[in-house]
Design a protein around this ligand. Structure first.
Ligand code: NAP
Length: 246
Protein backbone atom coordinates (compact mmCIF):
# COMPACT_ATOMS: atom_id res chain seq x y z
CA UNK A 1 0.00 0.00 0.00
CA UNK A 2 1.29 3.43 -0.97
CA UNK A 3 0.25 5.37 2.11
CA UNK A 4 0.43 3.14 5.17
CA UNK A 5 1.34 5.24 8.24
CA UNK A 6 0.52 8.45 6.34
CA UNK A 7 -2.00 11.02 7.53
CA UNK A 8 -3.89 12.80 4.74
CA UNK A 9 -6.10 15.86 5.23
CA UNK A 10 -8.75 16.34 2.54
CA UNK A 11 -11.08 19.37 2.50
CA UNK A 12 -14.51 19.35 0.91
CA UNK A 13 -14.56 15.62 1.60
CA UNK A 14 -18.27 15.01 2.15
CA UNK A 15 -19.13 14.51 -1.53
CA UNK A 16 -17.94 14.66 -5.13
CA UNK A 17 -14.22 14.86 -5.88
CA UNK A 18 -13.19 15.24 -2.21
CA UNK A 19 -15.05 12.10 -1.19
CA UNK A 20 -13.44 10.15 -4.07
CA UNK A 21 -9.99 11.42 -3.03
CA UNK A 22 -10.60 10.37 0.59
CA UNK A 23 -11.77 6.90 -0.48
CA UNK A 24 -8.83 6.46 -2.86
CA UNK A 25 -6.23 7.47 -0.27
CA UNK A 26 -7.86 5.27 2.35
CA UNK A 27 -7.65 2.27 0.01
CA UNK A 28 -3.89 2.94 -0.09
CA UNK A 29 -3.68 2.73 3.70
CA UNK A 30 -3.75 6.44 4.61
CA UNK A 31 -5.46 7.64 7.76
CA UNK A 32 -7.81 10.22 6.25
CA UNK A 33 -8.85 13.40 8.02
CA UNK A 34 -12.00 14.73 6.42
CA UNK A 35 -12.93 18.40 6.54
CA UNK A 36 -16.19 19.91 5.28
CA UNK A 37 -19.06 22.13 6.37
CA UNK A 38 -21.72 19.49 5.75
CA UNK A 39 -21.57 17.69 9.10
CA UNK A 40 -23.96 14.78 8.48
CA UNK A 41 -22.67 13.91 5.02
CA UNK A 42 -19.09 14.18 6.28
CA UNK A 43 -19.71 11.82 9.17
CA UNK A 44 -21.42 9.37 6.81
CA UNK A 45 -18.33 9.34 4.55
CA UNK A 46 -16.07 8.76 7.56
CA UNK A 47 -18.30 5.91 8.77
CA UNK A 48 -18.27 4.32 5.30
CA UNK A 49 -14.47 4.40 5.20
CA UNK A 50 -14.22 2.92 8.70
CA UNK A 51 -16.77 0.19 7.88
CA UNK A 52 -14.61 -0.76 4.90
CA UNK A 53 -11.60 -1.21 7.20
CA UNK A 54 -10.00 2.22 6.80
CA UNK A 55 -9.08 4.90 9.33
CA UNK A 56 -10.98 8.20 9.14
CA UNK A 57 -11.84 11.18 11.31
CA UNK A 58 -14.27 13.98 10.47
CA UNK A 59 -13.97 17.65 11.37
CA UNK A 60 -16.77 20.08 10.57
CA UNK A 61 -14.87 23.25 9.67
CA UNK A 62 -15.37 26.24 7.39
CA UNK A 63 -12.12 26.44 5.41
CA UNK A 64 -12.59 30.18 4.89
CA UNK A 65 -12.22 30.80 8.63
CA UNK A 66 -8.55 31.31 9.55
CA UNK A 67 -9.38 30.85 13.21
CA UNK A 68 -11.29 27.56 12.77
CA UNK A 69 -8.66 26.14 10.42
CA UNK A 70 -5.73 27.01 12.70
CA UNK A 71 -7.48 25.50 15.70
CA UNK A 72 -8.47 22.27 13.97
CA UNK A 73 -5.04 21.78 12.40
CA UNK A 74 -3.37 21.99 15.81
CA UNK A 75 -5.95 19.50 17.09
CA UNK A 76 -5.28 17.10 14.19
CA UNK A 77 -1.52 17.20 14.73
CA UNK A 78 -1.99 16.63 18.45
CA UNK A 79 -4.42 13.72 17.99
CA UNK A 80 -2.91 12.07 14.91
CA UNK A 81 0.75 12.95 15.43
CA UNK A 82 1.49 14.29 11.96
CA UNK A 83 0.12 15.56 8.65
CA UNK A 84 1.83 14.11 5.58
CA UNK A 85 -0.62 15.20 2.89
CA UNK A 86 -2.90 18.19 2.44
CA UNK A 87 -5.45 18.20 -0.37
CA UNK A 88 -7.16 21.59 -0.69
CA UNK A 89 -10.30 20.55 -2.52
CA UNK A 90 -13.21 22.49 -0.94
CA UNK A 91 -14.73 24.86 -3.45
CA UNK A 92 -17.94 26.66 -4.35
CA UNK A 93 -19.47 28.48 -7.31
CA UNK A 94 -21.69 31.57 -7.29
CA UNK A 95 -22.06 32.11 -11.03
CA UNK A 96 -23.23 35.39 -12.49
CA UNK A 97 -22.27 37.76 -15.28
CA UNK A 98 -19.95 40.44 -13.91
CA UNK A 99 -22.64 43.04 -14.72
CA UNK A 100 -24.99 41.32 -12.25
CA UNK A 101 -22.49 39.87 -9.81
CA UNK A 102 -23.03 40.90 -6.22
CA UNK A 103 -20.13 41.73 -3.96
CA UNK A 104 -21.20 38.83 -1.71
CA UNK A 105 -20.92 36.39 -4.65
CA UNK A 106 -17.38 37.57 -5.36
CA UNK A 107 -16.36 37.50 -1.69
CA UNK A 108 -17.89 34.07 -0.97
CA UNK A 109 -16.06 32.37 -3.85
CA UNK A 110 -12.71 34.01 -3.16
CA UNK A 111 -13.02 33.28 0.58
CA UNK A 112 -13.59 29.56 0.17
CA UNK A 113 -11.65 28.77 -3.02
CA UNK A 114 -8.57 30.94 -2.50
CA UNK A 115 -8.41 32.07 1.13
CA UNK A 116 -9.32 28.51 2.16
CA UNK A 117 -6.19 27.26 0.38
CA UNK A 118 -4.10 29.92 2.14
CA UNK A 119 -5.62 29.07 5.53
CA UNK A 120 -4.96 25.32 5.38
CA UNK A 121 -1.54 25.63 3.75
CA UNK A 122 -0.40 28.20 6.29
CA UNK A 123 -1.67 26.05 9.13
CA UNK A 124 0.30 22.96 8.04
CA UNK A 125 3.44 24.43 6.49
CA UNK A 126 5.51 24.96 9.65
CA UNK A 127 4.77 21.38 10.70
CA UNK A 128 5.76 20.01 7.26
CA UNK A 129 8.89 22.17 7.14
CA UNK A 130 10.10 20.96 10.50
CA UNK A 131 9.60 17.35 9.35
CA UNK A 132 11.32 18.13 6.04
CA UNK A 133 8.59 16.32 4.11
CA UNK A 134 5.06 16.85 2.95
CA UNK A 135 2.83 16.98 -0.09
CA UNK A 136 0.23 19.61 -0.89
CA UNK A 137 -2.21 19.26 -3.79
CA UNK A 138 -4.56 22.13 -4.60
CA UNK A 139 -7.63 21.56 -6.74
CA UNK A 140 -7.86 24.33 -9.33
CA UNK A 141 -9.97 24.15 -12.50
CA UNK A 142 -9.78 24.30 -16.27
CA UNK A 143 -11.70 27.54 -15.81
CA UNK A 144 -8.72 29.01 -13.97
CA UNK A 145 -6.68 28.42 -17.13
CA UNK A 146 -9.15 29.46 -19.84
CA UNK A 147 -11.86 31.58 -18.17
CA UNK A 148 -15.61 31.07 -18.55
CA UNK A 149 -18.62 33.30 -19.08
CA UNK A 150 -20.43 33.89 -15.77
CA UNK A 151 -17.48 32.81 -13.67
CA UNK A 152 -15.21 35.84 -13.18
CA UNK A 153 -15.18 35.13 -9.44
CA UNK A 154 -14.59 31.37 -9.80
CA UNK A 155 -11.94 31.64 -12.53
CA UNK A 156 -10.09 34.38 -10.61
CA UNK A 157 -10.06 32.16 -7.52
CA UNK A 158 -8.86 29.11 -9.46
CA UNK A 159 -6.18 31.09 -11.36
CA UNK A 160 -5.16 32.46 -7.95
CA UNK A 161 -4.75 28.90 -6.68
CA UNK A 162 -2.30 28.23 -9.52
CA UNK A 163 -0.18 31.29 -8.67
CA UNK A 164 -0.30 30.35 -5.00
CA UNK A 165 0.78 26.79 -5.82
CA UNK A 166 3.81 27.88 -7.85
CA UNK A 167 4.96 30.44 -5.28
CA UNK A 168 4.62 28.08 -2.32
CA UNK A 169 6.33 25.29 -4.31
CA UNK A 170 9.36 27.57 -4.71
CA UNK A 171 9.31 28.58 -1.03
CA UNK A 172 9.35 25.05 0.39
CA UNK A 173 11.16 22.94 -2.22
CA UNK A 174 14.43 23.01 -0.28
CA UNK A 175 12.62 21.32 2.64
CA UNK A 176 11.53 18.35 0.54
CA UNK A 177 7.92 19.51 0.28
CA UNK A 178 6.11 19.47 -3.07
CA UNK A 179 3.12 21.63 -3.97
CA UNK A 180 1.12 20.96 -7.12
CA UNK A 181 -2.28 21.77 -8.57
CA UNK A 182 -4.79 19.60 -10.40
CA UNK A 183 -7.07 21.36 -12.87
CA UNK A 184 -10.15 19.25 -13.57
CA UNK A 185 -12.39 19.91 -16.54
CA UNK A 186 -16.07 19.00 -16.35
CA UNK A 187 -16.47 16.32 -13.66
CA UNK A 188 -19.85 14.75 -12.80
CA UNK A 189 -20.45 15.75 -9.13
CA UNK A 190 -23.18 17.50 -7.11
CA UNK A 191 -21.49 20.80 -8.11
CA UNK A 192 -22.22 20.26 -11.79
CA UNK A 193 -25.35 18.09 -11.78
CA UNK A 194 -27.81 21.01 -11.63
CA UNK A 195 -26.32 23.00 -14.48
CA UNK A 196 -28.81 23.67 -17.31
CA UNK A 197 -28.83 21.03 -20.07
CA UNK A 198 -27.75 23.72 -22.55
CA UNK A 199 -24.58 24.39 -20.51
CA UNK A 200 -23.84 20.67 -20.24
CA UNK A 201 -24.21 20.34 -24.03
CA UNK A 202 -21.93 23.33 -24.56
CA UNK A 203 -19.21 21.62 -22.49
CA UNK A 204 -19.74 18.23 -24.16
CA UNK A 205 -19.26 19.83 -27.59
CA UNK A 206 -15.74 21.00 -26.66
CA UNK A 207 -14.55 17.83 -24.88
CA UNK A 208 -12.65 15.66 -27.38
CA UNK A 209 -13.17 12.50 -25.25
CA UNK A 210 -16.95 13.15 -25.51
CA UNK A 211 -17.86 12.42 -21.92
CA UNK A 212 -17.68 14.08 -18.52
CA UNK A 213 -14.96 12.97 -16.11
CA UNK A 214 -15.55 11.00 -12.92
CA UNK A 215 -14.40 12.07 -9.43
CA UNK A 216 -12.22 8.94 -9.32
CA UNK A 217 -10.34 10.07 -12.43
CA UNK A 218 -9.30 13.21 -10.54
CA UNK A 219 -8.56 11.22 -7.36
CA UNK A 220 -6.08 8.94 -9.19
CA UNK A 221 -4.00 11.95 -10.24
CA UNK A 222 -4.06 13.34 -6.71
CA UNK A 223 -2.93 9.95 -5.43
CA UNK A 224 0.03 10.02 -7.82
CA UNK A 225 1.00 13.57 -6.78
CA UNK A 226 0.95 12.52 -3.11
CA UNK A 227 3.06 9.43 -3.71
CA UNK A 228 6.84 8.97 -3.65
CA UNK A 229 6.73 8.31 -7.41
CA UNK A 230 6.04 12.03 -8.00
CA UNK A 231 8.96 13.25 -5.86
CA UNK A 232 10.51 15.26 -8.72
CA UNK A 233 7.28 17.08 -9.65
CA UNK A 234 6.55 20.42 -7.98
CA UNK A 235 4.86 23.69 -8.92
CA UNK A 236 2.97 21.98 -11.74
CA UNK A 237 -0.63 22.10 -12.89
CA UNK A 238 -1.90 18.74 -14.09
CA UNK A 239 -5.02 18.92 -16.24
CA UNK A 240 -7.69 16.22 -16.07
CA UNK A 241 -10.14 17.50 -18.65
CA UNK A 242 -10.77 14.98 -21.43
CA UNK A 243 -8.74 17.17 -23.77
CA UNK A 244 -11.00 20.21 -23.34
CA UNK A 245 -7.94 22.47 -23.12
CA UNK A 246 -4.65 21.40 -24.71
P1 NAP B 1 -18.95 19.65 -4.57
O1 NAP B 1 -19.63 18.41 -5.01
O2 NAP B 1 -19.77 20.88 -4.42
O3 NAP B 1 -18.15 19.36 -3.19
C1 NAP B 1 -17.43 20.36 -2.54
C2 NAP B 1 -17.58 20.18 -1.06
O4 NAP B 1 -16.89 21.27 -0.39
C3 NAP B 1 -19.04 20.26 -0.62
O5 NAP B 1 -19.33 19.29 0.35
C4 NAP B 1 -19.12 21.66 -0.06
O6 NAP B 1 -20.18 21.87 0.83
C5 NAP B 1 -17.77 21.75 0.61
N1 NAP B 1 -17.50 23.14 1.01
C6 NAP B 1 -18.00 24.27 0.44
N2 NAP B 1 -17.60 25.34 1.13
C7 NAP B 1 -16.85 24.89 2.16
C8 NAP B 1 -16.19 25.53 3.23
N3 NAP B 1 -16.25 26.86 3.38
N4 NAP B 1 -15.51 24.78 4.12
C9 NAP B 1 -15.48 23.43 4.01
N5 NAP B 1 -16.11 22.77 3.02
C10 NAP B 1 -16.78 23.49 2.10
O7 NAP B 1 -17.76 20.01 -5.57
P2 NAP B 1 -16.87 19.08 -6.52
O8 NAP B 1 -17.44 19.13 -7.88
O9 NAP B 1 -16.59 17.78 -5.87
O10 NAP B 1 -15.56 19.99 -6.57
C11 NAP B 1 -14.45 19.79 -5.72
C12 NAP B 1 -13.36 20.78 -6.13
O11 NAP B 1 -13.05 20.58 -7.50
C13 NAP B 1 -13.78 22.23 -5.99
O12 NAP B 1 -12.68 23.01 -5.58
C14 NAP B 1 -14.17 22.61 -7.40
O13 NAP B 1 -14.06 23.98 -7.63
C15 NAP B 1 -13.17 21.81 -8.19
N6 NAP B 1 -13.59 21.53 -9.57
C16 NAP B 1 -14.73 20.84 -9.82
C17 NAP B 1 -15.07 20.60 -11.15
C18 NAP B 1 -16.30 19.84 -11.53
O14 NAP B 1 -16.60 19.78 -12.72
N7 NAP B 1 -17.04 19.26 -10.61
C19 NAP B 1 -14.26 21.07 -12.19
C20 NAP B 1 -13.11 21.77 -11.87
C21 NAP B 1 -12.77 21.99 -10.56
P3 NAP B 1 -21.55 22.58 0.22
O15 NAP B 1 -22.14 21.57 -0.71
O16 NAP B 1 -22.34 22.87 1.42
O17 NAP B 1 -21.08 23.82 -0.51
Amino acid sequence: MLFSKKVSVVTGASQGIGEAIAQTLSKEGAEVILIDIQKQKLEAVAQRIISEGGKAAAFCVDVSSFEQVTKVTDEIIEKHGQIDHLVNNAGITRDNLLMRMKEEEWDAVLSVNLKGVFNLSKAVIRHMMSRRSGRIVNISSVVGLMGNVGQTNYSASKAGVIGFTKSLAREVASRGITVNAVAPGYIATPMTENLPESTKKMFMDVIPLKRFGTPEEVAYVVKFLLSEESAYITGQVISVNGGMLM
